[in-house]
Design a protein around this ligand. Structure first.
Ligand code: AOF
Ligand code: ZN
Length: 356
């Protein structure tokens, strides 16, 4: 295998390591490996979530432990990575946040070269590449960039837009209805779709519904298996709107590992999203009802539509979305499908606004 192929293999390993990190939270998933001059991996690390060591530091710690275990720790213990190359999925950070700057840690450890896949979009944290170059380290970027970008797609979008990435989720009949004329709507889609919704709830930071939905449906808004048992990962529950909610509502029940619930007493979606971002929410799932869902869509605050479509026809007046501010067909919101899959009898459709 050529040296270039070994570098690419090292980056693939770093991408794989990154997947060990949490899918949600304020920090991205990042993986790092250290390779020697023949391209062999000598140490590995990944970021385990906000407040813990960054991937590069985790890899340096791994190296230190391995050297110590084999009695090879150099006398100048600071320079443990002399001559090694760091292969990282994200540009090493340049700032002191909850942890120190990775660029500095790599410089101090004596690495010779740094290869990273994609840039850090954070305004404060970016600039690591330049710091490394200024210290005389060879820096290359762009190796397997597309894979690294896909891995942190949601986090990057949220960071750039300074508000949570919004997934708007709704269930719908083939003809775009969410309920029958009498308002009944339970189980339009089947158990496979329901299971999928609940699994996705474990992968997001927060789930939002309007006060109307809380009053009408008294939902629990937890992430549960089909047998009703709670998953370990639960999203923060968010109620949007000014109407007072009965403190006895199921959404306020925090027993048995159920998440906290907050009510944002505002109708201003921008301020609601800013507050959620400040609270650490990077991926928000908006689950209804139709009024809240339509408001998010109308204000172009939806990054991704997640539709569970049942092969049923309901007809009548109760549609999944209401007024979107589309007065004439030229104003229709044009989306593109990025995923279509059959789940039992139903379809799951993911769509994004073009260029979003
Ligand atoms: C890296 N390696 O493994 C990660 C990075 O508050 P802190 O100190 O944890 O810094 C968080 C920021 O650092 C985060 O917003 C992102 O820009 C970057 N994440 N950088 O060099 C890592 N997780
Ligand atoms: Zn860092």
């Amino acid at each position: 295998m050529s040296f270039n192929e070994k570098q690419e293999q090292a980056m693939r390993r770093a991408l794989e390591l990154a997947l060990n990190g949490p899918v949600k939270g304020v920090n991205p998933r990042v993986g790092a490996v250290l390779i020697d001059q023949s391209g062999e991996i000598v140490a590995e690390g990944w970021h385990r979530g906000a407040g813990t060591a960054h991937a590069e530091v985790a890899a340096l710690n791994d190296l230190r432990e391995k050297l110590a275990a084999s009695g090879q720790l150099p006398t100048d213990a600071a320079q443990i990575a002399r001559g090694l190359t760091a292969v990282v999925t994200l540009e090493p950070c340049n700032h002191t946040g909850k942890t120190g700057p990775c660029a500095l840690a790599l410089i101090e450890a004596g690495v010779e070269k740094v290869i990273f896949a994609t840039n850090d979009p954070g305004r404060e944290s970016s600039g690591g590449a330049n710091t490394l170059r200024d210290a005389g380290i060879t820096v290359e970027s762009g190796l397997l960039k597309a894979d690294a970008d896909e891995l942190i797609r949601i986090w990057v979008k949220a960071t750039e837009q300074k508000r949570p990435y919004v997934t708007l989720k709704y269930g719908s009949s083939l003809d775009g209805r969410s309920a029958a004329a009498d308002g009944t709507s339970k189980w339009i889609t089947g158990p496979e779709a329901r299971r999928d919704v609940h699994l996705r709830r474990t992968q997001i930071d927060a789930i939002l519904v309007g006060t109307g939905t809380v009053i009408a449906d008294d939902p629990e808004l937890t992430a549960r298996a089909l047998d009703g048992s709670l998953y370990a990962e639960q999203p923060l529950r968010v109620i949007l709107g000014e109407t007072e909610i009965d403190p006895g509502a199921r959404i306020f029940d925090t027993s048995e590992g159920k998440a906290e619930t907050v009510q944002l007493r505002t109708r201003d979606l921008h301020s609601a999203l800013s507050r959620l971002y400040e609270m650490g929410v990077r991926h928000l799932m908006v689950e209804g009802g139709a009024t809240v869902a339509s408001e998010f869509a109308r204000h172009d605050l939806v990054n991704e539509y997640l539709v569970y479509m049942a092969p049923k026809l309901i007809g009548g007046p109760i549609t999944s979305l209401g007024n979107l501010g589309v007065a004439t067909i030229d104003q229709a919101k044009v989306l593109e499908f990025v995923e279509i899959k059959q789940l039992g009898p139903d379809l799951i459709i993911r769509a994004v606004e073009r260029g979003n």
